[in-house]
Design a protein around this ligand. Structure first.
Ligand SMILES: [Zn+2]
Length: 358
């Protein structure tokens, strides 16, 4: 603005000797001031569309240049998808754009060589200390289950973070579509036996334990339509030495935990789950967290827990396996037969025999 005024002052002194000169000076001054305003205001006019776009809450793709929490991969993915005129491909769920700039995110992805069946989780396995200070691994057992698993998935998705799931084989056959959502969301899926039997129980035999393990993995494979990760968790963390040796021969990694949320207890509430986890974590400084997507209170606790983890400076590590597990064909076949031909004993009479006329 200073330049046009200065120019009109000089110009006015030269031509302001008569009325015509005054009129001319007025026109020229107005033109120069208008030009000056245009050049001064132009950058602001250019900035306006950016502000409008950034403020749009419904925009699925973040336009902010601020990186998503600790996740360079997701930032790259969001930039790449913005360059494309097409919406993000649903067939590549591993790199979705993160719409939450303050998300918990994934700090680190680790790949596990499961050769020989390594064990993780300090409650039972002390050798492999792979987590750095403030790092956590989120694990969920006993799903998939209607409502609860989906709520857990939504909470994880809202925070653009990833977890490790140990589904029960039977539950996978009840709700295969939910387990597929878990995999499609980019989480890691292992197995947690066929029927959640205690593999260290008095009546357990080596053969029955093997059946529980293998049928569980075959059920997860059937549900997913693809091979699961060679990751296994013993029900109730009851480690049977013979079964551990067997898992070693199958190159399946075993998971205990570092801290238990106790979300399965009858008196559990969302608040208690959050407090249990945060109290133990603040004491240990890091850890594999055991939770259950099967439990309603866990699903309800998840949004708050993930926010508390973020606020506490904790970082999520995602664990993947170097290779998938090749399930045993005899168990795949036996399961397929069982699923196609349900035994009448498992169905109530009313679903087998119905009165259609009298
Ligand atoms: Zn369990």
């Amino acid at each position: 603005m200073a330049d046009p005024i200065w120019f009109s002052f000089l110009f006015g002194r030269v031509v302001m000797r008569n009325a015509l000169g005054l009129l001319l000076a007025t026109f020229v001054t107005a033109a120069v001031i208008a030009g000056g305003w245009y050049w001064t205001a132009k950058p602001r006019a250019d900035a306006a569309p950016h502000q409008t776009a950034a403020a749009k809450p419904a925009d699925p793709l973040p336009v902010s240049a601020k990186p998503a929490a600790n996740d360079d991969v997701e930032v790259t993915a969001s930039i790449a998808s913005r360059l494309s005129a097409l919406p993000p491909a649903v067939t590549s769920p591993q790199k979705p754009a993160c719409a939450n700039p303050d998300a918990l995110g994934v700090a680190r992805v680790v790949e596990v060589d499961t050769s020989g069946g390594p064990g993780f989780g300090f409650e039972h396995f002390k050798q492999l200390d792979f987590l750095e200070p403030k790092e956590v691994l989120l694990t969920f057992d006993d799903g998939p289950w209607p409502g609860n698993t989906s709520a857990v998935l939504k909470a994880l998705d809202d925070e653009c973070t990833k977890a490790l799931f140990f589904p029960i084989g039977k539950h996978a056959t009840y709700h295969p579509e939910i387990l597929r959502q878990v995999l499609a969301a980019g989480h890691t899926v292992g197995a947690h036996t066929w029927s959640h039997a205690n593999l260290n129980g008095k009546k357990m035999t080596d053969q029955l334990a093997k059946d529980e393990v293998e049928k569980g993995f075959s059920a997860v494979k059937w549900a997913l339509g693809t091979d699961p990760s060679p990751f296994f968790r013993f029900p109730q963390l009851e480690h049977n030495p013979q079964t551990m040796a067997y898992l070693g021969t199958r190159d399946i990694a075993m998971f205990s935990c570092d801290l238990d949320s106790f979300d399965f207890r009858k008196d559990s509430t969302p608040d208690k789950i959050v407090n249990n986890v945060m109290t133990k974590l603040d004491k240990l400084g890091k850890g594999i967290i055991l939770m259950h997507d099967f439990q309603k209170h866990t699903a309800e606790a998840m949004p708050t827990l993930l926010r508390r983890l973020k606020a506490g400076g904790y970082k999520v590590v995602q664990m993947k396996a170097k290779t998938t597990l090749a399930t045993l064909p005899e168990y795949d076949e036996a399961l397929a037969k069982e699923l196609k031909l349900p035994t009448t004993a498992s169905r109530p009479v009313s679903s087998v025999v119905q009165t259609v006329s009298r």
